[in-house]
Design a binder for this molecule. Structure first.
Ligand code: PAF
Length: 282
């Protein structure tokens, strides 16, 4: 495994790999790797000749009140995890390397952002789309791997790839879960013992919503209420949102049909947890 810090060097290396006929799988991250990232890396390892992991905490996607400086960083730990997962190249640029001057062009996302988490994070997905566009040009992958835990990010990247004609296959990897269904997240450690027990109710609420639809319910509000009621009865958390939209368009629905997402965000004392499931409704 090698580490590359310079854009020019990364592009030269990848061009040589592509000329040898190798397929490139790319996992973009902000580091501080956890089991969700490892699932992406494993999938990329299975499906490609060369696996590239990028580690870059992107200042453009942090709002003024979100702490870019305090975002956790531990390169040595990440390096060991990446090596274990079979990564070939770690792309690890500095902020100055990625943004040597105030960007003269950025990407603006117009759709799929005014709902769910995007609603409370103005500009966040513009920052994500801008850095992912840059990373795609630098790493030139055949396939890019993103976790479905951030389903809205996957929807935005899906639109980016389509609208900017990137010849890249988007691979959305299912959320990794604890045995009781709780989606794995580095934030779970901020839950008290009691909250940790309660938190399994989030996935159970999504399952309840799914079961209600599978039993024939097609009214959005009825299914939402079933999920809200479940969360309120089983947790002390405060609901941020429980929503149902078309997926990946993230449009409101009159009636439940086609590919849809059931998504929720719940605040506990020191952690805000998100989760979702995507399903096809006949
Ligand atoms: O999901 C993330 O870690 C980031 O949003 C990404 C895709 C690496 C862009 O900075």
């Amino acid at each position: 495994m090698i580490t590359i810090e310079k854009i020019e060097q990364m592009q030269a290396h990848i061009m040589a790999e592509r000329q040898k006929g190798k397929t490139i799988g790319f996992v973009p991250t902000m580091g501080y790797l956890h089991e969700g990232h490892v699932a992406l890396l494993k999938r990329a390892r299975e499906e490609n000749d060369t696996v590239v992991l990028s580690i870059f905490v992107n200042p453009l996607q942090f709002g003024p009140n979100e702490d870019f400086e305090r975002y956790p960083r531990d390169f040595e730990r990440d390096y060991a995890i990446a090596k274990q997962a079979g990564v070939d190249i770690v792309f690890y640029p500095s902020v100055h390397e990625m943004y040597p001057h105030e960007p003269s062009v950025t990407v603006r996302v117009h759709e799929r952002i005014d709902v769910l988490c995007g609603k409370s994070r103005p500009g966040h997905f513009d920052g994500v789309a801008t850095v992912v566009t840059k990373l795609f040009h630098i790493v030139m992958p055949h396939r890019a791997y993103f976790g479905m835990k951030d389903a809205q990010q996957v929807a935005v990247i899906d639109g980016l790839i389509r609208d900017f004609h990137f010849p890249i296959e988007l691979i959305a990897v299912p959320t990794v879960r604890e045995e009781d269904g709780l989606a794995k997240s580095s934030r779970n450690v901020y839950l008290s013992d009691r909250e940790r027990q309660e938190a399994s109710a989030l996935y159970a609420a999504l399952q309840k919503g799914k079961a209600t639809i599978e039993a024939g319910e097609r009214d959005v509000e009825t299914v939402r209420k079933a999920m809200i009621d479940y969360i309120e009865r089983h947790t002390s958390g405060v609901i941020d949102y429980v929503e149902i939209y078309s997926y990946p368009e993230l449009q409101p629905l009159q009636s439940l049909r086609g590919k849809i997402i059931l998504a929720l965000a719940v605040r506990f004392t020191n952690a805000r947890l998100i989760d979702n499931i995507v399903m096809n409704v006949q």
